[in-house]
Structures are given as C-alpha cells and as structure tokens.
Ligand binder design. Structure first.
Ligand SMILES: *Cc1c(COP(=O)(O)O)cnc(C)c1O
Length: 459
C-alpha cells in the first residue's frame, strides 16, 4: 500500500481552543453587532480571519528569539537577517520595518510625488492606500480572467502586459516611479504569477526604463506554484526559483507576517545603494534606526530562520495541500468558491449560495455570520461592506463578487479542523433556502468601514 501523506513536522506546544453552543454564539454575535472583527478571539473556535501574523513558529525560530541581539545599532540579529536576505533574494540592501505597509510607506516616501502613476496587478489595499494617499494613481493591469470565479487556469494572478504597456505609453517616464507586481496576487484570491509573466513584466519595465517592485508577501507560495505548475521548473528547488524571481526585481517590499512565518515584521530591499540612501531617511523617521527599523533583534532572528525554513518545498507543500484539501471537500459537497484554490485562502462565492438575498442586505456578510453561528468559525467579508461607499455619491458600492474569505494560518490547524470547516459550509449550503434575510447597517465609519461597522438583522 502506498503510504498516505503526513506533515513534515510534529507538534511541540499546543494552545487550547474551545467550542461553544449555538445559543452562546447567537448572544456573542449580537453583542458584537454582527461584525466578526468585534468578537473576542476566545469566542471563536476556528479563526480564519487572516493568515497574517497568525502562523506558528518553529522551535528553531523560538530559539532565534532567545539569541536575539537587542543592541540599538549594529545588532548581530540585523546582520543575520541581512545575510539571509542577500542569500535568498540576492538583494544587497535592505531596511527593516515593523510590517508590510510600513515598508510601503518608507519606499513610496522616497519614490513617489503627487500626480505619479503606479501600475500593478491588483494592488493590495494598503499598497493602493499608500499610493492614493500621496495623490498618485494605481491603475489595475490584472488579466481579465482573474474576475471569472469558475475559470480554472494555473496562473490567474498575472499582469496583463498589453494593459501595462498602455499605461507606460500614455504617461511620461518621469511620472511612473515604479511598477508593482504582487506575488501571489492576494486581491485576486491568492492566485499565482508565472515566471514567464514575471520575466516579461520585468522586460517591459526595462524597455521603458521603469523599476520593478515586487510586493512579496507570499513569494514562497508563488514559487511553489511555479515549481508545481510551470514547465521547466519541476526539478528546481524553491530557493533556486526564488533567486530567479528576484533577478528580475529592482525593489521588494514584504509583509513578513505571511511567508516569513513571524507574528510581526517586514522590510524593503533594493539593488540600488542610492535608493537605499534616499529611503533610509524615511526609515529612520517612521520606523527606527537602520539596523532595526520597526523590529526587535529577536524578531529579526526569528524572521531570518522563518525565511530559510519556509523556502523549503516540504513546508510549502504541507500548507498548500491543506488549502487544497478544503477546496476538494467543498467540491465534494458542491459548495461554490473561487477556482482554483489559491495559496493561502478559499474564497466562498456567497452570491452563488444566496442568489435570492437582496444585495442591499450584504450577502457575503450574511454568509459570514451564518458560518460563525453554525460552528464558531470566523471568516472575513470581501464584498460590499469592504467596498465602502462611493466617495462622490455616498451610495453603497456593490462589487460584482460577494466573497467570504477563509484564510488558513500556517501550521496552526490540523486537517480535522479543515473537515469541520468544510462540513459547516456544507450544512449552510444545504439549508441555504432558509436564509432569506440579511443585515442592515446601524453605524459605519466614513472609510475602511468594515473594521468597525455595526449591523442588525433585517426583520
Ligand atoms: C499583508 C499584505 C501587505 C501589507 O502588509 P502588513 O504586514 O499587513 O502591513 C501588502 N501586500 C500584500 C500582498 C499583503 O498580503
């Protein structure tokens, strides 16, 4: 008999989580004003709000926490992280920051001026925020196929090179300080970008003299998809693939809370010493001295180990198999989600499950509340509450897709938890005809309302 698959690690520390009754959850959800962000984490059984900063560190990372050097300047932890970044990404210069958006803040402070244009493949919301906050624009050049949830293609997060070239042609070079390529494409559902597309994007940028910045939160998962899906890469190691990806980049920003498998951290790295000098001033102003940025020495050590470990195939294979397991179970139960399964999350297609619920009653939010009531599972709405109101008309915006994102933290839950999640989704799917009423808003902030919105059930 062929031996079944098992994870390449065993568990040394556990953290208790507890189940609850439906009555308890009804009460907690009402107290949380039907906003899952307002729940206390101990009211949640399985927390799929995000995979950011929620992974579990390895014993070697915890050992790194003990050997951290907390010197203000020139800490050995900084040099260990620097050596790792040079070895893994081939980037000679870097500045540590406290997380990904801080890296964006530092580099965009050095690069962008009002009126600039920064094209990309579905900029992440903080990236777009940092661009638009500086009165610059962020045209989206993602391939059209990314918007079709049922289309199965291997690299659904790619840059559309024709759209990108159109942006390049319609602005003078001085107006485009960089192009942002996000791998994997988080906003498009954790969908990867092929090496071919990375190379061709870089070539196009070079032809127009525009630097390429890779937003690298899930770079290792992207490398895994290149290895397993792109011709010519099956025999290369993840580290070899990562080195090739970053040959094409001039700059990288990273939220280390994802593929760095740490709870907090990030950095910006670059090839140009001149750019590092320019960015350094902002790093010192916003984050801290150049050899720690926003990070403690121990955090830099944990990150150095995390980057090394999580660029090994077996680690990524265990993670992405688990995301795929959830997708496969949902296939078996007929529950629709954005296909194919991405690297870090499953996006349930709420509109397909609740086709008769009026959009004004917040379809994905309603499904999110149902999943919490069903099994104490917390996902996050990616729909019309997240989309905010139109800044000019103040009308609600209703995006084409209403998704419930179930993000899977790294090395935190077992396949048994995944089975609970799938079964809970199935139960809701089977009684979907009974869900005829959604929610209405009773309080909302003017922007980024999804974090603090308050709702009540429609009677
Ligand atoms: C999470 C993320 C960021 C922002 O990082 P934070 O650590 O949350 O500040 C930027 N880009 C992408 C693609 C991300 O997933």
């Amino acid at each position: 008999m062929k031996l079944p698959y098992a994870e390449p690690y065993k568990i040394k520390t556990t953290e208790a989580i507890r189940t609850s009754t439906r009555e308890e959850r009804e009460q907690w959800l009402a107290e949380a004003r039907y906003n899952l962000f307002n729940l206390r984490s101990d009211q949640v059984f399985i927390d799929l709000l995000t995979d950011s900063g929620t992974g579990s560190m390895s014993d070697r990372q915890w050992a790194g926490m003990m050997t951290g050097d907390e010197s203000y300047a020139g800490a050995s932890s900084y040099y260990r992280l620097k050596e790792t970044i040079e070895r893994i990404f081939g980037m000679p210069y870097f500045l540590p920051t406290h997380q990904g958006r801080a890296a964006e803040n530092v580099i965009f402070s050095a690069l962008l001026k009002e009126g600039d244009v920064v094209p990309g493949n579905s900029h992440f919301d903080t990236t777009k925020g940092h661009i638009e906050f500086r009165h610059c624009s962020a045209p989206d050049c993602t391939i059209d196929a990314a918007a079709d949830t049922q289309l199965e293609i291997p690299f659904k997060g790619e840059m559309d090179l024709e759209k990108l070239e159109r942006v390049f042609k319609s602005h003078p070079k001085e107006k485009i300080p960089c192009t942002v390529l996000t791998i994997t494409n988080n906003t498009a559902g954790g969908q990867p970008v092929s090496m071919k597309n990375i190379r061709e994007t870089a070539e196009l940028c070079r032809r127009y003299g525009i630097p390429l910045l890779i937003d690298s939160a899930r770079f290792a998962e992207n490398a895994y998809f290149i290895k397993t899906r792109e011709a010519g890469y099956a025999d290369k190691t993840i580290k070899e693939i990562v080195r090739e990806i970053y040959q094409y980049a001039d700059i990288m920003t990273i939220s280390a809370k994802k593929d760095g498998v740490v709870n907090m951290g990030g950095f910006v790295a670059m090839r140009s010493e001149e750019l590092r000098r320019k960015a350094m001033t902002f790093g010192i102003m916003y984050e801290g001295y150049v050899t720690y940025g926003g990070m403690s020495g121990r955090d830099m050590d944990a990150l150095a180990v995390g980057l090394d470990e999580n660029t090994e195939f077996e680690q990524l294979d265990a993670r992405i198999r688990q995301v795929k397991l959830l997708g496969d179970l949902l296939d078996e139960y007929g529950v629709p989600y954005q296909r194919p399964a991405g690297g870090h999350a499953i996006f349930i297609d709420a509109k397909k499950i609740l086709p008769n619920l009026p959009k004004e009653q917040f379809i994905a939010q309603t499904l999110g509340c149902e999943l919490y009531l069903e099994a104490g599972i917390r996902g996050v709405e990616i729909g019309s509450i997240l989309a905010d109101r139109d800044p000019d008309t103040h009308e609600n915006r209703y995006p084409r897709l209403e998704l419930l994102r179930l993000a899977i933290p790294r090395r935190v839950y077992t396949d048994n938890h995944i089975r609970v999640i799938a079964a809970a989704c199935r139960n809701i799917y089977e009684r979907r005809d009974e869900i005829t009423k959604g929610y209405r808003i009773t309080f909302e902030a003017p922007i980024l309302r999804h974090f603090t919105v308050e709702l009540e059930p429609v009677k």
